[in-house]
Design a protein around this ligand. Structure first.
Ligand SMILES: Nc1nc2c(ncn2[C@@H]2O[C@H](COP(=O)(O)OP(=O)(O)O)[C@@H](O)[C@H]2O)c(=O)[nH]1
Ligand SMILES: [Mg+2]
Length: 337
């Protein structure tokens, strides 16, 4: 799968069919009345959220999307057929914006739809214009034109929890261990080239986690994968900040923690204000007194931290519980407001 989360498109709704101008012709009625039918409405361009999709890739190659025109009306008061809507399926979490960046719709739930371009109305046929004073109108309306619109689609994943950290911290491994996701894992940076999603089942809760790749010092200035994927943190409530303990120089973990947070601030202050769990990874590789010392150092800057090893399955239940608790706390905060 190629992950595409930004697409620009031109959408064109169908134009309305013209109303007909026609008169009844019958054998024994020399001057039949007007019987021109109305034109059909032009089709709409509609976007619809679909949980079975994860990427906007299919739209990348389409560029232009057009709905059908309405057909013209005909004599005998026959109405023209409406143009068919063009319904485009997009992943849940797709935001539709106009070319100025104003949000037209945020399609968060399966089945939600939005009309991005409304089809033109059909014109009325001359049969509509007959009155007691004007019994033989020849006038009929043209159909209204469709709308051409440039739009942007932006996918923002709907994960509640984002896993962040430097390349190689163990983010993808953690996602794979906590959920049934199967991301690519490697001992070199940037193995993960797009965000991965996985569902954590914790008691009766299902929590959607996203592994956000590529964060690195300078990401907000385009280093590495840049901050391309940080938009997928926008909707998260809790960040799991994964930190590998450098064996040579464990204190460096504190610098690394600040580096990532600075990148978040550079990108968007509200990301830095999200509730964060500090998680020290790969505990199986680190002597106990090293990580205890590190936990002290985090305490000195007023931060609690917890320890995991995805490989040795250490601290995973505690982490799941901490995630669920944090989500619950933030839910309570929202309810109190
Ligand atoms: N020893 C040990 N290695 C780990 C652990 N978690 C991840 N790794 C290894 O660290 C490397 C980077 O992991 P990955 O999940 O791809 O990191 P990411 O770049 O943050 O997604 C891989 O070689 C993993 O096998 C762990 O708990 N213990
Ligand atoms: Mg990864």
């Amino acid at each position: 799968m190629t992950f595409v989360d930004l697409v620009s498109l031109t959408v064109s709704s169908g134009k309305g069919g013209a109303g007909a101008s026609s008169f009844r012709r019958e054998k024994f009625v020399p001057k039949g009345g007007p019987d021109g039918g109305n034109g059909g409405k032009g089709g709409n361009v509609v976007f619809q959220a679909n949980t079975n999709l994860q990427t906007l890739m299919d739209l990348k190659i389409r560029k232009k999307i057009k709905a059908q025109n309405g057909l013209p009306g005909e004599g005998g008061k026959r109405f023209g057929k409406d143009g068919e809507d063009e319904v485009i399926q997009v992943p849940c979490g797709t935001i539709i914006k106009d070319s100025a960046g104003a949000i037209i719709a945020d399609l968060t739930h399966h089945g939600m739809t939005c009309i991005a371009a409304e089809g033109g109305k059909g014109g009325r046929g001359n049969a509509c214009f007959a009155s007691s004073t004007h019994q033989t109108p020849t006038y009929s309306q043209p159909g209204l034109p469709g709308i051409d619109k440039d739009i942007e689609l932006e996918l923002q994943l709907l994960a509640e929890v984002g896993i962040i950290g430097l390349p190689n911290a163990g983010k993808s491994t953690l996602l794979k261990t906590l959920t049934s996701a199967n991301p690519k894992i490697g001992s070199y940076p940037f193995t993960t080239l797009f965000p991965n999603l996985g569902m954590l089942k914790y008691h009766d809760r299902e929590i959607l986690l996203a592994d956000i790749p590529g964060l690195i010092e300078g990401a907000s200035k385009g280093v590495g994968l840049g901050h391309e994927f940080l938009r997928h943190l926008s909707r998260t409530t809790v960040l799991v900040h994964l930190i590998e303990i450098p064996l040579e120089n464990p204190e460096e973990a504190i610098d690394n923690y600040h580096k990532i947070n600075n990148e978040l601030i550079e990108y968007d202050e509200s990301l830095a204000n999200k509730s964060q769990l500090i998680v020290l990874s790969k505990a199986d590789l680190v002597p106990k007194d090293t990580y205890q010392k590190l936990q002290e150092l985090f305490k000195n800057i007023d931060k609690n931290s917890q320890l995991i090893s995805a490989h040795a399955r250490i601290g995973l239940d505690e982490l799941s519980q901490a995630i669920a608790n944090k989500l619950m706390e933030s839910q309570e905060c929202i309810n109190e407001q």
